[in-house]
Design a protein around this ligand. Structure first.
Ligand code: ZN
Length: 261
């Protein structure tokens, strides 16, 4: 009996922890294309490019930047099967990294955890008014998860305020269900002027691992932290030539993986 227990503890459990993700028939990996800040260039250049191949993307909107005249367009994007995610209302980042989006009083280090969670809840209500959905995923503004020095991501997930939260600046790939941390989903950040090859080499890495990867974009052919339309299109064409890759929304792919835990 003791030997059996030892066998299970030392051989079977680690194998289970390392278990690969089981993808739907015909798929070998997944890529989640995510776009931040709710930008015009995304409505103009990204949505049509995704729709052409029936790819589903995720758009993390921030409340204060949303224009009332665009709400019906974002609603349509949601109805097409894309995901609208929560990127807070004021996009607070730490003061040291604050840009024009974060005035002094809205810097993340001025917030308490409770204030930040309240802001996210209000943005959820706003998103529900657009897409009719009761649950939303989240992207940390500037990839920062501490409000006033305290982790707000962990209570945000444990209290069910958001389902999954995306970090930035990591090339890490999720290769097993046990590796998925809902409050800390890594993403590969596309920097200004990135070429298609830099994006497709990351996608090839994800495909080779049989796992799931997230790419973080901002503007496409305009706005800020922008990647050229042509380079983005080459990446879309690359994905279209690999039908074994599931191009799904952040929530759809992560929920699928989560169910295998
Ligand atoms: Zn942002």
């Amino acid at each position: 009996m003791k030997k059996l227990l030892t066998f299970i503890l030392f051989f079977c459990l680690p194998l289970l922890a390392m278990a690969q993700i089981q993808w739907p028939a015909g798929k070998k990996a997944a890529i989640m294309l995510t776009y931040d800040d709710g930008l015009q260039s995304q409505l103009q250049n990204v949505v049509p490019a995704l729709n052409e191949h029936n790819f589903k993307g995720t758009f993390f909107l921030m409340g204060y930047y949303l224009d009332a005249k665009d709400l019906s367009q974002w609603r349509e994007v949601s109805q097409q099967g894309h995901e609208l995610g929560n990127h807070s209302i004021y996009h607070p980042c730490n003061e040291a990294q604050a840009d024009t989006l974060s005035s002094h009083c809205r810097a993340l280090n001025c917030y308490t955890v409770e204030e930040m969670l309240n802001e996210i809840k209000i943005m959820n209500t706003f998103l529900s008014a657009i897409d009719g959905k009761s649950q939303h995923s989240y992207a940390y503004p500037c990839g920062q998860y501490k409000a006033g020095g305290h982790d707000y991501g962990t209570p945000m997930i444990s209290q069910g305020i958001c389902t999954f939260a995306r970090m930035s600046d990591s090339e890490e790939v999720i290769t097993s269900p046990s590796q998925l941390m809902p409050n800390n989903v890594p993403s590969f950040t596309a920097l200004p002027g990135y070429k298609a090859e830099q994006l497709t080499s990351y996608i090839e890495k994800v495909l080779a691992s049989g796992g799931a990867g997230v790419i973080l974009f901002h503007g496409i052919g305009g706005d800020w932290i922008s990647v050229d339309v042509e380079e983005h299109q080459k990446m879309i064409d690359f994905l279209a030539s690999h039908s074994e890759i599931w191009v799904g929304t952040f929530s759809d792919v992560l929920s699928y993986i989560q169910q295998q835990k």
